[in-house]
Ligand binder design. Structure first.
Ligand code: SF4
Ligand code: SF4
Length: 399
């Protein structure tokens, strides 16, 4: 097994850093988002460019332009905003719309406030009224430092976020979970300490550490980075159009959709064929091959992994050693489940609780056969979701 440090707490230094405003951004969209702009339309920073058609207060947040510019392209998974072309001779230069602060934000409460937050770009789908709210203040993975950095440097913004959440959700209590030995506090939260050794830092295990219950149905959890986004909305009354992203030992605030290569250039990080670049952390991040990909609001780290640092995973046979069972925090049998998935025995995978997998990646990390264990489990989960959707869509007359 490859030995790397799995503690996620780290020595903190410096403040949030800006980068030069990029001339072009590729703003990611989710499948549910519907574009509300047209190609060649001039848009201002903070202007809505994609919405959710549902009127619910609890859904994905609207998407806003993160720079002043012109819509260059509308793709299924992104809207590209580039520079405004120079006006033709005799024509006036187009002026991007200016977004005004939302005056109602101070007076709304409950569901109406949640809906307004959604329109201002906050994803509210995980929020419910009157539950216990847990703020996960642990850095989620080794090398991802944004959470503790914000706890150290942005206490007023986090306090503003808590005050807004209190009005929106009227929670029973708000608990902040931090690493054992750390001293962070956030006004309005009860502080609880927990292990910072991965995978104890992922949400289901943080909920367990804070409540003593597995999968309780009266708890909502959000990260410190999510709370910072809400706090910035509270402070400015404007959509927060930035991503907070760590690169090595620095934390940057960049316009959503900034190309990975623009951030790495600003961070003075050189990339070459000897590096794998990952959106997210080393355990659960997604490796990318296109450095022009835009950074999403939910991405809180760019990680570089040296080629060859880890042996490549391959569809090698399982040797039934049990290492993955010992490492699995969900107490399921990853090796057996991976074999079911490998041979498309998805119903057997379901009956052995594949859905309980927390997607922490520890099974792949410890597997001496270098099998893509988690990847097999993700395949089984996706196949079962597709199967369930197909069944749900069946009507009697189709039979
Ligand atoms: S990713 Fe692997 S180790 Fe983690 S919960 Fe799922 S099966 Fe267990
Ligand atoms: S999947 Fe890997 S770690 Fe798990 S039992 Fe098989 S060989 Fe061992």
């Amino acid at each position: 097994m490859m030995k790397i440090r799995l503690n996620t707490s780290t020595v903190l230094q410096g403040s949030l850093q800006d980068i030069p405003v990029p001339t072009r951004v590729r703003i990611p969209l989710q499948e549910k988002h519907k574009s509300v702009v047209k190609k060649k339309q001039i848009v201002g920073c903070g202007q809505v460019i994609a919405e959710i058609s549902s009127k619910s207060a609890y859904n994905l947040g609207f998407v806003h332009s993160s720079i002043n510019g012109m819509v260059e392209d509308i793709l299924p998974d992104a809207i590209i905003v580039g520079p405004i072309p120079a006006p033709k001779e005799g024509e006036e230069a187009p002026v991007p719309a200016r977004t005004e602060p939302c005056a109602e934000l101070d007076t709304l409460a409950g569901e109406e406030l949640c809906r307004k937050l959604l329109e201002l770009g906050v994803t509210t789908s995980g929020m419910h009224a009157t539950r216990t709210v847990i703020v996960n203040g642990l850095n989620p993975e080794p090398g991802m430092i944004a959470s503790e950095h914000l706890l150290e440097s942005a206490s007023e913004t986090l306090k503003a976020g808590i005050q807004l959440l209190e009005r929106a959700l009227k929670p029973g209590s708000i608990k902040l979970v931090i690493a054992t030995g750390r001293q962070f506090t956030v006004h309005g939260c009860t502080t609880i300490t927990a292990s910072d050794v991965y995978p104890a830092t992922i949400d289901p295990l943080v909920i367990y550490a804070a409540t003593g219950a597995e999968r309780p149905d009266n708890v909502d959890i959000l990260s410190v980075v999510d709370l910072y986004h809400i706090g910035r909305v509270a402070e400015t009354k404007l959509p927060f159009t930035q991503s907070v992203v760590s690169v090595k030992d620095k934390v940057f605030c960049v316009p959503v959709g900034t190309a990975v290569e623009d951030l790495l250039t600003a961070a003075a990080v050189s990339i070459g064929p000897d590096k794998i670049v990952t959106l997210g952390g080393p355990m659960r991040g997604a490796s990318i091959f296109d450095m022009a990909i835009g950074i999403d609001k939910s991405c809180s780290a760019i990680t570089m992994v040296d080629v060859g640092q880890f042996p490549p995973v391959q569809p090698n046979p399982c040797i039934n050693c049990g290492e993955c069972v010992l490492a699995c925090p969900a107490r399921i049998h990853p090796g057996m489940l991976s074999r079911y998935a490998e041979f498309e025995m998805f119903d057997e995978a379901r009956s052995h609780h594949v859905e309980a997998c927390l997607e922490c990646g520890m099974c792949t990390f410890v597997c001496p056969a270098n099998r893509p264990v988690l990847q097999y489990l993700l395949l089984a989960k996706a196949a079962l979701i597709a199967q369930d959707e197909e069944v749900a869509a069946c009507r009697l007359q189709d039979l």
